[in-house]
Design a binder for this molecule. Structure first.
Ligand SMILES: NC(=O)c1ccc[n+]([C@@H]2O[C@H](COP(=O)([O-])OP(=O)(O)OC[C@H]3O[C@@H](n4cnc5c(N)ncnc54)[C@H](OP(=O)(O)O)[C@@H]3O)[C@@H](O)[C@H]2O)c1
Length: 281
């Protein structure tokens, strides 16, 4: 396997039309990598692609799993090799909202869709000894408390908890990928990008939405700071720059997240239930 550090990598970045993903895409392209952008809005994604200097971009609305399936097919066609998949698309959304697929929107957009995309690309990722980078959040520890028998939480929905749960699931997804596939050369990591002034929370309700839309935007670090964290994991060498299977804080140090993320029965239970929900093998 070639070392990614001394070669141009093919890096797929989701949520690349704005904020942290767009900033990371610019930085990674500048460093000489082939960056493939995935956004939701056609106009926004095209605009970032023009800045990045690439014509390789795709769109998918994660609130529709058929979009994710189509995206996976297009990526497979466009990229015979994928060195890094950055599952970065997401945000905090009001709810509960039932998607066309029958899942709660935050749970689907922030977790299920990225899980599905990773699964549909898995053989390609394994062939390349690839890295999967999941953009998680400190919100997993602050707000999360997963109930494996009620993952959607339509009843008694709380925006913060839905977000924390989805991000906790993203962390456990990275851990499970490491446990299941690191022996075959795949590496996986989850990280908190920092509290960053982006479009995050633009549509969220409550205090969090208000903070991000108003004062937060002015005082929080710029998207380039969060983008640099994502780019660090995407361009870094697993085992050297960071350790596969770990959760990192925004200072790029192994961090302590929610206790459920270290509970093996929860990690396995979440994997099994997710596979069932998505109808995967
Ligand atoms: N900013 C923070 O303080 C912070 C802290 C911790 C974690 N995070 C995480 O960092 C990641 C990037 O967020 P950000 O701060 O860069 O926010 P952002 O500026 O709002 O960017 C979010 C990206 O995700 C995309 N996205 C949102 N909903 C989607 C959907 N239904 N289908 C497909 N793509 C969708 C957005 O597309 P559009 O351009 O079409 O909206 C955009 O490209 C998220 O996973 C977020 O949870 C952010």
């Amino acid at each position: 396997m070639t070392s990614p550090s001394d070669a141009e990598k093919t890096i797929v970045v989701t949520g690349a039309s704005d904020g942290i993903g767009a900033a990371a895409a610019r930085q990674l392209a500048k460093a000489g990598h082939r960056v493939v952008l995935v956004g939701r809005s056609l106009d926004k994604t095209k605009a970032v692609a023009a800045q990045v200097g690439t014509e390789e971009w795709f769109t998918a609305d994660y609130a529709k799993l058929d979009d994710v399936r189509r995206l996976a097919a297009k990526l497979r066609e466009a990229c015979p090799r994928i060195d890094v998949l950055c599952n970065n698309a997401g945000g905090m959304f009001p709810g509960p909202v039932r998607t066309v697929d029958g899942f709660e929107r935050t749970f689907q957009v922030d977790y299920l869709a990225g899980f599905l995309l990773t699964h549909l690309l898995l053989d390609r990722l394994l062939e390349a000894g690839a890295t999967v980078v999941n953009t998680a959040s400190i919100g997993a520890k602050l707000f999360g408390q997963l109930d494996l028998d009620n993952l959607n939480q339509f009843e008694g929905f709380a925006q913060d908890r839905a977000y924390g749960n989805a991000k906790l699931a993203d962390i456990m997804h990275a851990t499970a990928l490491h446990q299941r596939y690191h022996g075959q050369g795949l590496s996986a990591v989850a990280y908190h990008p920092g509290v960053i002034g982006t479009n995050f929370g633009a549509n969220a309700g409550g205090f969090m939405g208000w903070v991000y839309r108003t004062v937060g935007r002015r005082v929080m670090p710029r998207p380039a700071t969060g983008g640099a964290n994502l780019a660090f994991f995407a361009a870094g060498v697993p085992g050297q720059d960071w350790q596969s299977g770990q959760y990192y804080n925004n200072h790029r140090r192994v961090g302590r997240t929610h206790a459920q993320a270290y509970d093996q029965a929860m990690i396995d239970g979440l994997w099994d239930r997710t596979v069932n929900l998505l109808g995967l093998d």
